[in-house]
Design a protein around this ligand. Structure first.
Ligand code: PLP
Length: 382
């Protein structure tokens, strides 16, 4: 599929096999762990499902690469396996990484616990204060890592400065683009080296699989693939099939979620019972102008606090009848959670405090229900 095709067309047709397999319009599932040998070959090229090279992996990788205009992409068994394989592919004992100070709890724990145990150190940076980054740079620094919209506070890093800094210092720039989805933002186009997704969320969109993806230059994706081959985090072919199906409707889903979340955020931000709403589409958001400059839409994600604190937060979640009280995001059902007890429950209270995640903070992932019904539900529950 040519690069010039529009995003919506790429979602449906990029990567799909030609000629179609058995003339099937939908990519079939190759539920086989192993494949016949062609000839003697390198270990990583043996056709074996753990090495992420079945027809399902290949087609899906090509489709995802096309969505963010990357050379290559790899699908993995979860967002965390995409993150861990990427970090371990480019960092070894003694290396150092600069990390945005508020980010997904799983990534935070991986860096501050597991990678630290392996001798890989990290320092946290304010992703909106580029002048401060050099003070934390060490000769061993190999990577700068940020999220497009930080989980759960929706902070937006200074993207241009991250890319410039990485280029000048000759380190890798890595971004977790899960919250934005490739419809709203394509980080490689502005110079990021690697873009990562928890494909569990918007890419798949139906809260029925756990998956991940990494997109970047061919050479870099080969390194991540070889690392994943050893770690064993390949995606099952049946989950590949579901992910490929989910991706096809990404544009219609996320456009609706962008619109619906904006209306809900505007409604909540004017409500007298609400203390603060974090949503990049609101002009009160500190990086609203950056969001307008770089994003096609502001996503279906927001977080907020009520004036009544923790008791009011618990009561709201209990009274809502449409959003489901569950972790995760990006699906067709609206999901509501308190990050201190879900996505960031693995971090200590002190670490959460440093990140600015209070116990009463509520995170909402807007689904595909009627916006009017959702607003009425909030009206009743607040
Ligand atoms: N990145 C972000 C921004 C997330 O929110 C999550 C999960 O919530 C992950 C990565 C990890 O993804 P997974 O749960 O698919 O391993």
């Amino acid at each position: 599929m040519e690069k010039s095709k529009n995003f919506d067309t790429k979602l449906i047709h990029s990567g799909e096999p030609h000629p179609r397999i058995g003339q099937a319009v939908t990519m079939p599932i190759f539920q086989s762990s192993t494949f016949e040998h062609d000839s003697e070959t390198h270990y990583h090229d043996i056709k074996y499902a753990r090495l992420s090279n079945t027809p399902n992996h290949k087609v899906l990788g090509e489709k995802i690469a096309a969505l963010e205009n990357g050379e290559s992409a790899l699908v993995t068994s979860s967002g965390m396996s995409a993150i861990s394989a990427t970090l371990l592919a480019f960092l070894k004992s003694g290396d150092h990484v600069l990390v945005q100070n508020c980010l997904y709890g799983g990534t935070h724990s991986l860096l501050t616990q597991d990678l630290l145990d392996l001798g890989i150190k990290s320092d946290f940076i304010d992703a909106n204060d580029p002048k401060s980054w050099a003070t934390k740079l060490k000769p061993e620094t190999k990577m700068i890592y940020v999220e497009t919209m930080s989980n759960p506070l929706l902070e937006i890093p200074d993207f241009n400065s991250v890319v410039d800094f990485a280029r000048t210092k000759k380190i890798k720039s890595v971004i977790d683009n899960t919250f934005a989805s490739p419809l709203n933002f394509r980080p490689l186009e502005m110079g990021f080296d690697l873009s990562i997704h928890s494909a569990t969320k918007y890419l798949n969109g139906h809260s029925d699989i756990v998956a991940g993806a990494v997109i970047g230059k061919k050479e870099d994706i080969t390194s991540v693939t070889h690392k994943l081959d050893h770690l064993g985090g390949s995606l099952d072919p049946h989950a590949c099939f579901l992910l490929q199906r989910g991706i096809k409707t990404l544009a219609v889903r996320v456009r609706y979620q962008n619109e619906s979340a904006l209306q809900i955020a505007q409604y909540l931000s004017k409500h007298p019972g609400i203390l603060r709403v974090n949503y990049p589409g609101l002009d009160t958001h500190p990086q609203h102008s950056r969001a307008k400059e770089f994003f096609a839409g502001f996503s279906g994600m927001m977080s907020f606090r009520l004036k009544g604190g923790l008791a009011a937060a618990n009561s709201l979640i209990e009274k809502l009848s449409i959003p489901i009280h569950a972790p995760s995001l990006g699906g067709v059902e609206s999901l509501i959670t308190r990050p201190a007890f879900s996505s960031h429950g693995g971090a200590s209270a002190e670490q959460r405090n440093k990140m600015g995640i209070t116990d009463d903070l509520i995170r909402l992932s807007v689904g595909l229900e009627s916006t009017e019904d959702l607003i009425k539900d909030f009206e009743n529950a607040i």
